[in-house]
Design a protein around this ligand. Structure first.
Ligand code: HEC
Ligand code: HEC
Ligand code: HEC
Ligand code: HEC
Length: 229
């Protein structure tokens, strides 16, 4: 019967629900990227299905209840918004300015900062506010067994700290971001590239930019550390 839909699925009901995507349509993928809730990003996780204002001023169900696609504007399936670690070019970004303008503050001194300091740097002082995010992943410990069987160990919040198939992990909550200069472009370590300096960690996704670049701004990032083959 391969290829046929499960007989318990009501296709007529599904067809009647065709419409614009809501947070849950995007969240079922993006909140669980990397194999579990909040593993990847730190600020895209299941509490965003129905966040409070303290968690997210924009998406708060009791507030503006903004959907992902209000910011990630889409035209003909071209969606604004880029993943810093994947997108090498500085284009088709989603920005705060598209709603708030470049001068959102009554105070000039704050507006002047936005030339060099991204909005997110001041307005996202901490992330992973509700649930922890994965910060370190050591694959080299994978494969251990207890009584000949794979096992798992969890912290008090139920996050995996060890899984035989995935190795060891560290998690963090209410984390302050790291800050870097970013010009919007990135480089990537690709399979087959030669590693010349083995004395320090390899940066898989290099975000370009420095104090000297005219267009670079300070942005907040989550740095994920890993040991992998
Ligand atoms: C079926 C799973 C799935 C769904 C549903 C989904 N995405 Fe994605 N999205 C992905 C994957 C996979 C990527 C590639 C990046 C990655 O590996 O994390 C991606 C990338 C993105 C990017 C970065 C694009 C780039 O070029 O850098 C944005 C922004 C995004 N998605 C937003 C959304 C929004 C908004 C929705 C809801 C309208 C949505 N996604 C629904 C899986 C999904
Ligand atoms: C208030 C506006 C806003 C809302 C609401 C919003 N985003 Fe974003 N999102 C952004 C901005 C700004 C960026 C940075 C993108 C860029 O520089 O192009 C971003 C980045 C992303 C990225 C890339 C993350 C990374 O690690 O680099 C993904 C994936 C994404 N958003 C998905 C979503 C999903 C899914 C939702 C809904 C649950 C959502 N966003 C809601 C503004 C928003
Ligand atoms: C789709 C339009 C839209 C985008 C894009 C957007 N915002 Fe907002 N923003 C709003 C709305 C609407 C509110 C008011 C929410 C409320 O008060 O319930 C708001 C509220 C805020 C507030 C709180 C203001 C106050 O009076 O306390 C801040 C700070 C803020 N946004 C910053 C940002 C930043 C930073 C970004 C980019 C990551 C961004 N916004 C992107 C629409 C947007
Ligand atoms: C240097 C840090 C800093 C930067 C950069 C910054 N903000 Fe703010 N923002 C603040 C502070 C502080 C306040 C509170 C001002 C007050 O209460 O008088 C604020 C308030 C706001 C408000 C509420 C309106 C108001 O005047 O109180 C919005 C909306 C906002 N910022 C959006 C943004 C956006 C969009 C950007 C990027 C274009 C941005 N901010 C960049 C520090 C910053």
């Amino acid at each position: 019967m391969s290829g046929l839909p499960d007989t318990s699925i009501d296709l007529r009901l599904i067809a009647m629900k065709v419409g614009k995507p809501t947070r849950s349509n995007c969240g079922v993928c993006h909140f669980f990227g990397g194999g579990g809730n909040n593993v990847k990003h730190g600020d895209l996780e299941k509490s965003m299905f129905n966040p409070t204002k303290e968690t997210d001023i924009h998406m708060a169900t009791e507030g503006a209840n903004i959907q992902c696609t209000d910011c990630h504007k889409t035209e003909n399936h071209q969606m604004l918004g880029k993943i810093y670690s994947l997108s090498s070019m500085n284009r088709n970004r989603s920005t705060c300015e598209q709603c708030h303008t470049e001068t959102p503050h009554a105070e000039d001194i704050l507006n002047e900062h936005t030339l060099k300091v991204s909005c997110q740097t001041c307005h996202i002082p901490v992330y992973a506010k509700v649930n922890a995010t994965k910060t370190e992943w050591d694959w080299s410990t994978a494969g251990q067994l207890k009584n000949g069987k794979p096992f798992e160990e969890n912290d008090e919040d139920g996050n995996h700290t060890y899984l035989s198939i995935k190795g060891s992990s560290k998690w963090g909550k209410n984390l302050a971001p790291d800050y870097i200069w970013f010009d919007g472009s990135a480089d990537h370590y690709l399979l087959g590239d030669t590693v010349t300096d083995t004395s320090k960690p390899i940066v898989l996704n290099t975000l370009n930019g420095s104090y000297k670049d005219r267009d670079a701004k300070i942005i907040p990032v989550k740095i994920h550390l890993a040991k992998q083959p």
